[in-house]
Design a protein around this ligand. Sequence first.
Ligand code: KIV
Ligand code: ZN
Length: 526
Amino acid sequence: MKNQLIIFDTTLRDGEQSPGASLSVSEKVEIARQLEKLNVDVIEAGFPVSSPEQFEAVQRISNEVGVTVAALARAKEIDIKSAYDAIKNGEKKRIHTFSSTSDYHILGKFSDDRYGKTLTEKRKTIIKMSYDMVKYAKSLVDDVEFSAEDAGRTDLNYLVEVIEAAIEAGATTINIPDTTGYTLPKEFGQKIAYLKSKVRNIEKAIISVHCHNDLGLAVANSIAGIENGARQVECTINGIGERAGNASLEEIVMALKVRKDIFEIESKIETKEIMNTSKLVSGYTGIIVQPNKAIVGENAFAHESGIHQDGMLKSRETYEIMTPETVGAQSTKIVLGRHSGRHGLKARLDELGYSVASEELNNIYKSFTKLADKKKEVYDDDLRILMGDSKNRNEAIYDLKYMHVFGGSSTIPTATVRIKADGKIVEDSATGDGPVDALFNAIDRALEKKPTVESYRVRSVTAGRAALGEVAVRIRKDGRSYTGIGVSTDIIEASAKAYIQAINKKERNERSKNKIQNEEELKGEI
Ligand code: KIV
Ligand code: ZN
């Protein structure tokens, strides 16, 4: 029997901190259900104190899934109380609290004299805060994780002291984050080995690693951590996360599986669910997976050169270290056509990881038959897109009811839109430099908003002239980006849907933020 590696998935927390990736509550619940199918050990569902929406998402996930749900909290009573309130009715619950431990963070975030006048005094304050807050969390739940933020750049002897205090207070998982993605694999591995040998009470806790990808080393560092004694790894689907992202779950899991000859440790991940999970996360966050991304990229199993193709035909192992089937990446299937019934549609959606209630199925079936009329053959990726579209419409504050765009080589592009906004119908028209510009201007006028459009991208979802066109629009307001995805066989309509979805995400976030009591306190914390 090999040792088991605990897979702690933070897609819904650190992953959601990716620029533009804000997810709605029901999207998060859907992703959590898929993570459960993937068989992760812990789902970090969010940071409850940061907004009522985050609180609700953590609460719903904790009540609805059977795996351990972790809620993030700074080492502050208000955060820990909120984390506990969100998960208290769940079956398996963990509070994950963290303190800053590097001098960069201590001097930057704790510059106020109330934390101590000198660095030595401030360091002592951090140890006391960490001890007290782990103890408080432990009075609420059994399973407490402590993270030493920016451990990658923290003085090692000080790190030992902080960790000893956290374990003494009751932490059973000690997480070592390389918050800024600064360390190199050998160095990070040595840090873990050092902590394992020097922290006097380390046998009472599991060592965890949490690596960021600023130098493209997050997976390599995580693996170095595992080789040196870490037994939990924190990672995200598709490697999404702050800045350059976090360590990618699928890469770590497959490295352990493919190189089982080397590792004395294994995960219990259901690897066949990797591709479904990757597509679900990409669809809902709007963050596309680069084609050459290991394991889940479109080209990960494509063999282009003649020599490679020939080698593959003779024996797959010539150029393949794992089969696409192992990660659920078999070639896209034609699943359904215009004569398929509700039953067939529901069965396929279940297989793709979507749980659809019967009222919702009727609406999806209507969209499906419309699409099947236009496209004849409906592929898995088309279904994924229909699902995302239906979810967005259900949760829309603004919903496009009608649009008309007029363009051509010798006319001024003009657009008219009618939108249901907070239950009322609003409409307006505008001109622009092209049809999409005219459309966005008309939407701005109707909604009396003018966000900055940061990026605009169009791609075809599947092959063929009648393929669904997918448009992704990223907008920016008050230092935060939001991505909207729209799909239609008409890319102008898809553009309107994408723009309105991005505005919906912004609006939801702003309305939820207005309700936070301690917004000032949260600024710049993680
Ligand atoms: O990167 C980091 O340090 C974090 C902590 C909150 C664990 O995400
Ligand atoms: Zn992080």
